[in-house]
Design a protein around this ligand. Structure first.
Ligand code: HEM
Length: 485
């Protein structure tokens, strides 16, 4: 429709000819710069990056209206030629909008689509969260390692019913971590020429300058491996009758699975690791950072555990309703250090009109979730970690309404994330006392409450002191672990 394209783009800074605003896009903490631009240009604005329109949303109401209500037309993902050559178009987070995308979402929704559907995975979650305490206490200087190991272990446990080996490096975690590094590499903006000049993907692999094609073939082998090895494990376990409940086992129970369905099961399952392990780990690490800086929060959380659960056992999901303060701590963790600060960009599949502006086909849309979560009109003293903002009769807006993204692309792992984060935090509160680490002169070190860069970010590395909260913790932990065996 020609009349649409005569409408103006959303407002934004004037760019240079050809390159537009490319050099205005900051390499680091883009969400902070985008929020500042929002002060000048408003809740919806646009920039031009190498000929492509980017729409940046700095107002939650606009994001909800545009992305939640516009259904399928704004639910595509950007074209990623190098990642596609490496086989990553088969994973959900980078798949284009279409039949395969809808099929994956249907399968995932069927198994983990509601809070109630997570119940069958509670034993796995409980086990891994208790193992987390063990992993932390075995090596209290490396809380980061224990959180990373646990997040990966939880995802593999729920996706495939696979329990990682505790000693040394687990072979499946090794494959997954190596492959995820390759994923980051092949999706790095500007690294591969084929992303700028997609037509060169057609040159034969033996030609000079075609190194990227040989690398892509190697990366594709890894992604195949990462999808196939664990699925074969589930099939073997099912054949032996020893399969634990899992996402894959649930779907493989179906009779007469077509080849196409098998591929959908395999690649939807693969999508869990990258999107699920990297995210929950950041939330749990943020807890350790937050209570170093806000010891009074830990004190209150400890007091809640003592009064509701006591010291004779570790808390479980059955206690969730009776622990409102811990619930508020979890919400505040999602808010304070946003781990997907610009969500994941959506791509417009056709020309759209919004409030008299044109959003042309191919536009990338970024929702500045970081800004929504630090809006002083919505959250009082937004940079302060204060769970009490979510307690009482008039709580501030629940961040879990929107930290999981928007519309048809909203995180399909929301309930899995919710269950994993909560159980990890509640066991941590019950089991551990976290304090600031001391420097060589004995002075407490103040960790910096900030994150790395990227699509999914995590707290900057920091040190803290960790010890069991009371003398019975180790016994309770061991008893619990034995009861799972
Ligand atoms: C704290 C935890 C998590 C947060 C904050 C989070 C957040 C997000 C966000 C913002 C998106 C993009 C949504 C959009 O494009 O509008 C997303 C997508 C996704 N998430 Fe999560 N997520 C979390 C945990 C998980 C877990 C545990 C899983 C495991 C199944 C998961 C699986 C996915 C997948 C597969 C996608 C891609 C969906 C698509 O492109 O259609 N996430 N997540």
């Amino acid at each position: 429709d020609g009349s649409r394209s005569r409408l103006p783009l959303p407002p934004g800074p004037k760019g240079y000819p050809l390159i537009g605003n490319t050099f205005d896009i900051p390499k680091s903490r883009a969400w902070v710069t985008f929020a500042q631009w929002g002060e000048q240009w408003g809740g919806i604005m646009s920039v031009n990056v190498l000929g492509q329109t980017w729409v940046i949303i700095n107002d939650l109401a606009v994001a909800v209206e545009l992305l939640d209500k516009n259904g399928s037309t704004l639910a595509d993902r950007p074209e990623l030629p190098m990642a596609t050559l490496c086989g990553w178009d088969r994973a959900l987070s980078s798949s284009r909008y279409g039949p395969r995308f809808r099929e994956y979402r249907k399968l995932i929704g069927r198994v983990i689509g509601t809070r109630g559907s997570m119940k069958k995975f509670h034993p796995a979650e409980e086990y891994q969260a208790t193992m987390f305490l063990k992993r932390v206490l075995a090596n209290p200087d490396r809380v980061d390692d224990a959180t990373r190991k646990t997040a990966g272990a939880m995802i593999l446990h729920i996706t495939y019913g696979y329990k990682i080996q505790e000693e040394g490096e687990d072979p499946l975690v090794h494959i997954a971590d190596k492959t995820m590094e390759e994923f980051s590499d092949c999706t790095t903006t500007g690294k591969y020429l084929v992303d700028l000049l997609p037509f060169i993907k057609h040159i034969p692999a033996w030609m000079p300058g075609a190194n990227f094609k040989r690398l892509a073939a190697k990366y594709q082998k890894s992604s195949d491996n990462m999808a196939t090895v664990p699925l074969n494990y589930v099939k073997e376990q099912m054949a032996k009758g020893t399969a634990a409940p899992s996402y894959a086992a649930d779907l493989l129970k179906e009779v007469n699975i077509s080849e196409e369905r098998m591929q959908d099961i395999k690649w939807s399952a693969l999508s869990f690791y990258g999107a699920g392990a990297d995210t929950t780990v950041s939330v749990v690490q943020s807890y350790f950072l937050a209570v170093c800086l806000y010891p009074e929060v830990q004190k209150k959380a400890h007091a809640e555990i003592d009064s509701v659960v006591g010291r004779g056992r570790l808390p479980s999901y059955d206690d969730r309703e009776s622990l409102p303060y811990i619930e508020a701590v979890c919400k505040e963790l999602y808010r304070w250090l946003p781990i997907v600060p610009l969500a994941v960009p959506h791509r417009a599949m056709s020309d759209e009109v919004y409030k008299g502006y044109c959003i042309p086909e191919g536009t990338l849309i970024f929702a500045n979730v970081w800004k929504f979560l630090h809006d002083p009109d919505v959250y009082q003293d937004p940079f302060v970690f204060n769970p009490d903002r979510f307690v009482g009769a008039s709580p501030e807006r629940d961040p879990t309404d929107f930290v999981f993204g928007f519309g048809r692309r909203v995180c399909p792992g929301t309930h899995l994330a919710d269950a994993s984060v909560w159980i990890n935090i509640v066991k941590t509160v019950a089991g551990l006392d976290v304090t600031k680490a001391l420097d060589e002169t004995g002075k407490p070190i103040n960790p910096v409450p900030d994150t790395t860069d990227g699509v999914i970010v995590r707290p900057l590395p920091f040190k803290c002191n960790v010890r069991p909260r009371h003398e019975r913790v180790l016994d309770l932990m061991i008893e619990a672990i034995e009861s799972f065996a």
